[in-house]
Design a protein around this ligand. Structure first.
Ligand code: V47
Length: 383
């Protein structure tokens, strides 16, 4: 298997024009941001291949043939949560069977258990357990950092930050300063769900809304912390609500430049309160990746999260606008509780093979997208 040839603008322009998307194509070729109407148009346009070809062209303009991954480890330190989101299968009430909280020492033991592996990042997110103290959160970060001092701690969604802020009785800026001093390196992108107030009232009324999520992200970025951002799709949201969500993220990015990666999160209905909803399809998942790449022109990376999408769709997404597969992961709980049948982890070599088989060049990165190692591209196919 050799690298796939990078797509030529004239060929993509012809495909896009033939599909009736010439005006959107012209904007993309000339680096003009898409409007809300453009975003809705590419969400509903029947020719997914044309939308995907355009997104792939944009992706190759930014990243060439590179596809990023990292070697990481997940720790979901508690599943106790008082937010009762209807889309979540991971949450437990205190005392409910299966409820757990890791002590900082137990979390550190999980880090020590992988010291023989080249892990560079721990991704640590969890439910909101009101019993946890401010010191618990700081000690959690300190403990994992002490267990592996060179590890990058990417932890706490904006929803967890809201809780940590609430119990701290300090300003958000002071909270971020304390967390940074404890060893926090950056923030993941979760908890944004969908910015529509209509959907929030129906599915996650106890969680912070769009304005607060964006305000916390703004403050984090101003305090020197990079973050990711996400959107949960495939439940009851409309195309317009998704387009509005993307534009609000793009607007904040123009202001702060603090988002590294956008991750479209496909809804897994199993074991949730809304399990009557159908699961997403490959066609929908690939379209989300493509629309994100085209609309979020100022966010450098689009992640196809293999844990959620499955390896085959995540790999295909590398030719529909995505440039990052996430990492090796390990002990993922949130999607596996919601019925994901993907493996709990892939090793470094498996990720490299998956990327090579897509005709891309594997690049191991750290959390801040500094290159750890560029792998050779023209390897033999896995088949
Ligand atoms: O905010 C919860 C979502 C998110 C379900 O920043 C569900 O690199 C689907 O944000 N079906 C947490 N999704 C995970 C997350 C994430 C994942 C990977 C990488 C990064 C990153 C961030 O998971 C939650 C919520 O939107 N979620 N339940 C479910 N049943």
């Amino acid at each position: 298997m050799t690298l796939r040839p990078l797509s030529s603008q004239s060929r993509v322009a012809a495909v896009v024009r033939a599909a009736g998307l010439g005006a959107v194509g012209e904007k993309i070729f000339n680096n003009i941001p898409l409007t809300l109407d453009d975003a809705v148009l590419i969400y509903q346009h029947p020719d997914l291949n044309a939308v995907g070809a355009l997104a792939n062209w944009k992706r190759e303009q930014i990243h060439g043939d590179r596809a990023y991954f990292n070697v990481n480890q997940h720790i979901n330190y508690t599943n106790i949560c008082n937010k009762l989101c209807r889309f979540c299968a991971f949450q437990r009430l205190p005392g409910q069977s299966g409820a757990y909280v890791f002590t900082p020492e137990e979390a550190a033991a999980k880090i020590r258990a992988t010291l023989d592996q080249p892990v560079t990042e721990v991704h640590m997110v969890a439910g909101i357990d009101p019993k946890l103290t401010y010191d618990y959160y700081l000690n959690l970060v300190r403990a994992v950092k002490a267990a592996r001092p060179d590890i990058h701690v990417k932890a706490f969604t904006m929803v967890e930050i809201e809780q940590i802020h609430k119990i701290s009785k300090k300003s958000l800026e002071e909270v971020f300063a304390d967390l940074k001093q404890a060893g926090l390196g950056s923030l993941p992108g979760g908890g944004a769900e969908i910015f529509s107030e209509r959907v929030r009232k129906l599915l996650f009324p106890l969680k912070i809304g769009a304005d607060r999520w964006l305000e916390i992200a703004r403050t984090a970025h101003r305090c020197g912390l990079k973050s990711n951002c996400t959107m949960l799709y495939g439940h009851i949201e409309t195309k317009l609500e998704k387009a509005e969500h993307l534009l609000r993220l793009r607007e904040l990015q123009t202001e702060t430049g603090g988002f590294q990666t956008f991750i479209p999160l496909t809804f897994h209905p199993e074991n949730t309160d809304i399990d009557e909803l159908p699961a997403s399809t490959a066609v929908n998942d690939l379209r989300e990746i493509a629309v994100a790449r085209l609309v979020l022109d100022n966010i450098p990376h689009i992640k196809s999260y293999w844990i959620q999408l499955g390896v085959s769709i995540a790999q295909t997404a590398l030719c529909f606008g995505a440039d990052d597969l996430d990492g090796t992961v390990k002990e993922e709980r949130i999607y596996h509780d919601a019925g994901a049948d993907t493996p709990q982890e892939l090793d470094r070599d498996e990720l490299i093979q998956i990327i090579r088989a897509a005709g891309r060049r594997p690049v191991e990165r750290d959390t801040l997208y500094r290159v750890v190692r560029v792998e050779s591209a023209g390897a033999e196919s896995v088949h």
